[in-house]
Write a protein that binds this ligand. Structure first.
Ligand code: NAG
Ligand code: NAG
Ligand code: NAG
Ligand code: NAG
Ligand code: NAG
Ligand code: NAG
Ligand code: NAG
Ligand code: NAG
Ligand code: NAG
Ligand code: NAG
Ligand code: NAG
Length: 322
């Protein structure tokens, strides 16, 4: 049974005016005129933290801006969702698609996704899908998409600090149910393509998943097709979520904590499914728009805090022929 993965990015969270968060980028210097002018270049690192709903904007002066969104679906009294983001004061990153370093620390109790299911068939309910998303280069049509090179390194650990590496054993001991995924939305309508609640199509790539969740479209486990990216096989499951959106879930056959590859072949692969019989989802077409791309972690439940750390991320969207 699928969960409401397609609903997780709150519509309102995607349309925060950039101006409202730009203030976070400038250092406030209240006593400037009382000091002697300093010669220091503006090359420091700025760390911003928040433990309530967040939409933190990071300007990259030479290219893509990123926004960290909390995307909380279900808050609970006894829970945590915090973020830390480290930006360059000069807003000049090594490449035009480099994201600021960030981490999310969270903790949510277990909730059964289906209250009427027998006790031995419990599946967890998702609480949040905090992500780093891009704007400016999307929306663009799939036929105009020349490539989407995704580059990342991450760790997931227990507690409140950035773990040097991911220990499946430690996550399991804390009963962590979580995933690491790239989330994308598409629609024939340019404005709906960026709206997670209204877009007709969602494609989600799972680089790792810990715990019991099945992706939307998992059903009885029928694999639609398999693609190899960066040396790892990704299995495709297709289906509709409770919101009647068509969801294409690619699941890596082994956890991928470091990645550098063009993921655009996965779009071609789902476009080519239009003549597959008995497919449980409708397929997009070349003229449909890709309107949203975000990288983050699905937070279901954990006994204690979990920290997802992303020291390296870039999403280089290239237009066809450029
Ligand atoms: C971000 O950090 C800067 C520098 O520490 C600070 O001036 C600013 O108020 C912070 N913004 C938020 C939203 O916390
Ligand atoms: C911007 O700041 C970063 C981080 O301090 C530094 O590494 C980089 O050299 C600076 N770039 C420019 C163009 O000043
Ligand atoms: C969740 O709710 C608690 C208690 O009402 C609040 O303090 C916290 O800021 C909320 N968390 C988020 C991420 O909105
Ligand atoms: C970043 O640079 C690459 C290579 O020069 C270019 O193809 C791409 O369009 C640029 N992206 C942005 C957002 O500026
Ligand atoms: C919830 O569980 C009950 C009992 O097993 C089942 O009949 C029902 O279809 C399930 N509902 C969903 C949405 O999975
Ligand atoms: C759950 O329990 C029922 C009745 O005890 C049993 O028939 C069923 O096979 C169990 N299911 C699983 C997934 O263990
Ligand atoms: C990044 O944000 C700045 C400031 O809002 C804007 O001028 C610029 O066009 C944005 N860049 C992209 C690629 O959207
Ligand atoms: C995030 O920042 C807060 C406040 O500076 C700090 O206490 C916390 O340890 C940081 N978390 C991580 C995971 O680095
Ligand atoms: C996922 O959460 C459920 C409920 O807390 C738990 O029974 C299960 O062990 C978790 N998965 C893992 C791998 O720990
Ligand atoms: C699994 O689902 C597929 C697609 O709905 C169906 O064709 C197939 O017969 C099912 N297999 C089993 C073993 O139920
Ligand atoms: C979990 O993290 C939050 C936010 O950093 C912190 O306030 C809380 O004390 C942590 N809980 C535990 C058990 O360490």
């Amino acid at each position: 049974m699928g969960f409401l993965v397609g609903l997780v990015v709150n519509v309102a969270l995607l349309s925060v005016p950039i101006g409202s968060t730009l203030g976070t980028l400038f250092k406030i210097r209240p006593f400037e005129n009382e000091r002697k002018p300093e010669e220091k270049p503006h090359n420091t690192l700025i760390t911003n933290s928040s433990c309530s709903e967040f939409h933190e904007f990071a300007l990259n002066k030479i290219g893509l801006n990123y926004t960290l969104n909390s995307n909380q679906i279900l808050n609970e009294s006894d829970s945590t969702l915090c973020m830390n983001m480290t930006t360059f004061e000069n807003a000049t990153y090594p490449t035009n698609s480099t994201a600021p370093e960030f981490s999310f620390t969270w903790q949510y109790p277990f909730r059964n996704a289906n209250e009427s299911a027998p006790a031995n068939q419990t599946k967890p309910l998702i609480h949040a899908f905090p992500q780093a998303s891009i704007s400016g280069v999307v929306p663009l049509t799939l036929e105009d998409l020349g490539g989407l090179t995704l580059d990342f390194a991450w760790t997931m650990g227990i507690g409140n600090t950035n773990a040097p590496s991911t220990s499946v054993r430690r996550l399991g001991a804390q009963l962590v149910n979580a995933s690491v995924a790239l989330d994308m939305y598409m629609d024939p309508d340019e404005s709906k393509a960026g709206d997670a609640g209204k877009a007709a199509f969602e494609m989600i790539i799972y680089f790792a998943h810990y715990g019991l969740q099945d992706p939307v479209g998992f059903g009885n486990g029928t694999i639609v097709t398999t693609e190899k990216l960066g040396g790892t096989d990704f299995r495709l499951f297709a289906g509709k979520n409770a919101n009647d959106q068509n969801v294409f879930s690619w699941v890596a056959t082994e956890p991928i904590t470091e990645f550098h590859s063009d993921i655009s072949p996965l779009f071609n692969s789902i476009l080519a499914l239009n003549d597959v019989e008995n497919l449980k989802a409708d397929t997009p077409t070349f003229t449909d728009f890709l309107g949203y791309v975000g990288f983050g972690t699905q937070a279901y439940n954990s006994v204690g805090n979990v920290t997802f750390w992303v020291p390296r991320l870039s999403m280089d969207v290239r237009k066809f022929g450029v």
